[in-house]
Design a protein around this ligand. Sequence first.
Ligand SMILES: O=C1O[C@H]([C@@H](O)CO)C(O)=C1O
Length: 585
Amino acid sequence: MSAYHLSESKSIAMMKFLALCFFVISLINIPIAEARIRHYKWELKYEYKSPDCYKKLVITINGRTPGPTILAQQNDTVIVEVKNSLLTANTAIHWHGIRQIGTPWFDGTEGFTQCPILPGDTFVYKFVVDRPGTYLYHAHYGMQREEGLFGSIRVALPDGESEPFAYNYDRSIILTDWYHKSTFEQAVGLSSIPFQWVGEPQSLLIQGKGRFDCSAANPPMKADVCNNTNPECSLYSTTVVPGKTYRLRISSLTALSALSFQIEGHNMTVVEADGHYVEPFVVKNLFIYSGETYSVLVYTDQDPARNYWVTTNVVSRNATATTPPGLAVLNYYPNHPRRSPPTIPPSGPMWNDVDSRFNQSVAIRARKGHVYSPPATSDRVIVLLNTQNQVNGKTRRWSVNNVSYDIPHTPYLIALKENLLHTFSQTPPPEGYDFANYDINVVQNNTNATTSDAIYRLQLNSTVDIVLQNANTMNPNNSETHPWHLHGHDFWVLGYGKGKFDPINDPKKYNLVDPIMKNTVPVHPFGWTAFRFKADNPGVWAFHCHIESHFFMGMGVAFEEGIERVGKLPSSIMGCGETKHLLKP
Ligand SMILES: O=C1O[C@H]([C@@H](O)CO)C(O)=C1O
């Protein structure tokens, strides 16, 4: 008998065996594929693109920015093979909102959980998406995210389960701001003496598309650099059919800007925030901060004879003269998708209307029937004063409790697990600030801060309260909005306040009844924000301002819990700093 016949008879036997297995499984009614593997292969490249008509280097994933959407179902395992073809740049990718339970080494945070991925190398991330909802991924190396390395993660409920709201169609839209300078130029400017601020972005992008007015460029730009007729920068247009409900998953990954988002003539019902169901409320405009995700329901009940503007505007910073609103088109079928709406795009709210933004933050509550109650008390309270500072009287930085944060060269996770404690400061960072003597409303006489890469070590399974206290910057009568993002956990948002947090009376007003759980939360100008979380995820986790330049300038901290419970680290995360020695045979 030939080899061919041998293998053929073997495969027939195998097919018979499989058919028998399926038959037995169907008899005892076991679901066959419970959790699946979602395998992605990505190649990262720098390419010349013109997302807002201005041509510059952009990071693409498989040729695109935003990158491919990761689509998965609850409890699936996601595997992403990342090939770094950036030629001259390192990278790391963070899975924003995914808690990485049991895989803290795949959080993708350079300096915290892994060494950077070198040009030419392929790094394989593998993690479980354990909750349904809207999440993100993006670069977490230097300020690389703002070059276009980001995308959406959409985790669906298991088969047979449904959301507590109904909709006909599901769409993801990422909002970003866009700079014409490269991240390299910005990083050098921020760390130079004299300090060079990145300034306001040149445009706002909706799902990777925007419009910079080339004719207004000063000095003038040639057509091969900026060209408003380039089809690459035609506005994003999303087609809808009349009389349907659309779930729009709106997220923000801006480098700097806080945004307002609206759809001309349509109200939006907010139903999800950072992967948690929201007690529905209706808005005309949604305020959204970098690192947040929302789902809104939009009913297409307007005149179907035309299209409508989708707009986004900068709020919280005065960018009226520098950053035009971002535009896109809500295309009512069968109008042409590129047909401009017949109206002037609606203007957004006033940039300095803090109250409206504050009120929207407070309005976000957990949906009835989906409330996870927080522990009634906490074991530890850490107050983090947010300030703008100088270091050595020269470099402009941001600090918490007067300590400006530096990312270590040897990732903490490896340093702690392998006992390389000399690689970062062992002096614990401060739990609070000089409450009695610090006036948050004025520029300080002494704006100096120190730098440190020390970490907060949390008791495993303890309950921790964080109070973010905002303050005046180094400019008179100025306080900014900072969206803070916690890795590895969700937290209960207990309250927002104006002015100085009162440690005796304000906790009495905490919302312990229906607080929303989030992973990113704003602290409003001159205000405070309090949240609670359970330190129940062994690993080392970043907690930082999601503004690229602010984290770069030191606005962050690190939390460690249960390092002794972390399993064997994969050697793929090693290779930099002191971890080099661990790779020796
Ligand atoms: O970090 C920042 O620096 C500038 C400005 O304060 C510099 O003067 C600004 O607006 C920031 O957010």
